[in-house]
Design a protein around this ligand. Structure first.
Ligand code: MN
Length: 224
């Protein structure tokens, strides 16, 4: 089932996500236009500093293939994958340096996204940054490398539009695609915290930020 493109409603709804409640499973909250353009630009600038210290790279998975999205991290812990599997590392395994600290504007962004949600006090210790260029995707997966599944994962979208796939608790469950755009936030918590999800495709050239040719997702986690 393909969910049609949704209009941008900003923060007009007192509990954003209500408008789309019937579309997304329980625990998934899409907050369109959560970040204004100025904040999106500030987030982009902060990502450039992170990339200078901890470059984006495609990571090897257990199957020996590389992720099509390029990744880096900031915060106390960073998500990592290699031949040994998935895990969090407090230092960049390729440089042994700590991951760059979470920039102030990242805190601003994630607090805006968590505001008026069931997790207003969400305090992430890790942010996995994924960068998708044309053709990149993320297969259906669950996020289960974090210690406490009572904590949500909050994703901030930046750059090109993308089809975000939402499934269910089992890999074989039906999926629906919802379009996520620059400035949108997607919360996965509660019942949906362990649901399968992925990125089916991005729409090149749709970024409202001229500096971004592709799509960043900033996925905030309480990992440790
Ligand atoms: Mn995920």
């Amino acid at each position: 089932m393909l969910v049609p493109k949704q209009p941008n409603h900003g923060l007009g709804s007192p509990v954003p996500g209500d408008l789309f409640g019937p579309i997304l499973p329980s625990g998934f909250i899409l907050r369109p236009n959560c970040l204004d353009l100025a904040t999106q630009n500030a987030v982009w600038a902060a990502i450039q500093d992170i990339e200078a210290a901890a470059p984006l790279r495609r990571l090897m998975t257990k199957t020996g293939k590389f992720t099509s999205a390029a990744m880096t991290n900031c915060g106390q812990a960073g998500w990592w994958s290699d031949a040994k599997g998935y895990r969090y590392e407090t230092r960049d395994p390729q440089t042994a340096a700590p991951w760059p600290p979470m920039p102030d504007v990242f805190w601003t962004a994630v607090k805006l996204a968590a505001r008026q949600s069931p997790w207003p006090m969400f305090s992430p210790d890790a942010c996995l940054i994924n960068f998708y260029t044309a053709g990149a995707k993320m297969g259906l997966h669950q996020d289960r490398d974090e210690k406490d599944f009572n904590q949500p994962i909050i994703t901030i979208c930046l750059g090109d539009d993308a089809d975000f796939l939402v499934g269910g608790p089992n890999r074989s469950d039906k999926t629906a695609a919802v379009v996520v755009r620059s400035g949108d936030a997607m919360i996965m918590g509660g019942e949906g915290r362990l649901y399968f999800h992925g990125i089916r495709k991005i729409y090149p050239g749709t970024s409202p930020l001229p500096n971004i040719a592709g799509r960043y997702s900033l996925t905030f986690r309480k990992a440790l």
